[in-house]
Structure formats: structure tokens, C-alpha cells
Write a protein that binds this ligand. Structure first.
Ligand code: DQA
Length: 140
């Protein structure tokens, strides 16, 4: 099982921005923990982060045929990127949407995701463990 963990805009600042919301561990550290957990569960992970919408779309296109699933935290793109939505719809590789924070308990604009309708499912509100739970969803 090969899983691509894709992080979008501003997620590179995890551990440094809004620590009360996203925690104080860096994305690099979180990714290492995900990779170690995946290895124990017999899965292989690759990681990619970009602040650019088009680069994330390209990563989704290129995952087709190479990965069994994508775990996607698109950051704020979640709420308005029709380009990412169409990229997800254009491939057959299943995508699980992830958010570290409980977006429903925050600002109104975060309650809507344009990605969820084209994703296999959505996991949110469990901090860095949202990624682990998403990984588990592929292993069930
Ligand atoms: C986020 C939630 C988004 O609303 C926000 O723009 C982010 C991070 C999360 O992981 O909780 O950048 O996707």
C-alpha cells in the first residue's frame, strides 16, 4: 500500500503558526511520525507540501497509477479551490481529506469544503492524529 501525504498552503509553517490550533510540532516531525506508523502497519508513505495550487493539482495528477491513496490537507485551498476539486475528480486514486483542527468549531468560512464531495471521506479535529486516522482508513 503506497500513500501520498499531500499538504497545501501554509502547512509548512505547522509548529510555528497558531500553535494553540495546530500544535507545536513541525510538519517535518509529524511526517516522520506518520512514516514510522505507516511502516509498522506495512504501508509506504511519500510526502509533499506546496503553497501553490497548481503544484498540488500536478501532484494529484501524477499520483494516478503510482499511489493507492492520497491523504490531503489542502489548508485554506479546501474552502475555495475548484481547481483542486477538479484535479481530485480527474483521477481514480482515492483521496481522504484531512484537517488537524475542528473546522466546524472555527470561523464560518471554514465550515464549507469544496473538496469533500469528490473525496472518499473526511477526517478532522484530531490534530496530527487526523493523518494517522486517514492512513488507517486505507488499511481497513
Ligand atoms: C486546516 C484548516 C484550514 O481551514 C486552514 O486554512 C488550514 C489548516 C487544518 O488542518 O485544520 O490551513 O486545513
Amino acid at each position: 500500500m503506497k500513500i501520498l501525504v499531500l499538504n497545501g498552503v501554509n502547512l509548512n509553517l505547522t509548529g510555528r503558526r497558531e500553535k494553540g490550533v495546530y500544535g507545536s510540532e513541525t510538519l517535518e516531525k509529524i511526517n516522520k511520525e506518520i512514516a514510522a506508523y505507516a511502516a509498522k502497519r506495512g504501508a509506504e508513505t511519500q510526502f509533499y507540501q506546496s503553497n501553490l495550487e497548481g503544484e498540488l493539482c500536478t501532484a494529484i495528477h501524477e499520483a494516478e497509477g503510482k499511489f493507492d491513496g492520497i491523504i490531503l490537507n489542502a489548508g485554506a485551498f479546501t474552502h475555495y479551490s475548484y481547481a483542486l476539486r477538479d484535479a481530485i475528480a480527474a483521477v481514480t486514486v482515492p483521496v481522504v481529506e484531512v484537517h488537524m483542527s475542528n473546522v466546524h468549531a472555527r470561523e464560518e468560512f471554514r465550515r464549507n469544503s469544496v473538496l469533500t464531495p469528490v473525496c472518499r471521506g473526511e477526517i478532522l479535529g484530531f490534530g496530527k492524529n487526523s493523518y494517522i486516522l486517514a492512513l488507517e482508513s486505507f488499511l481497513l
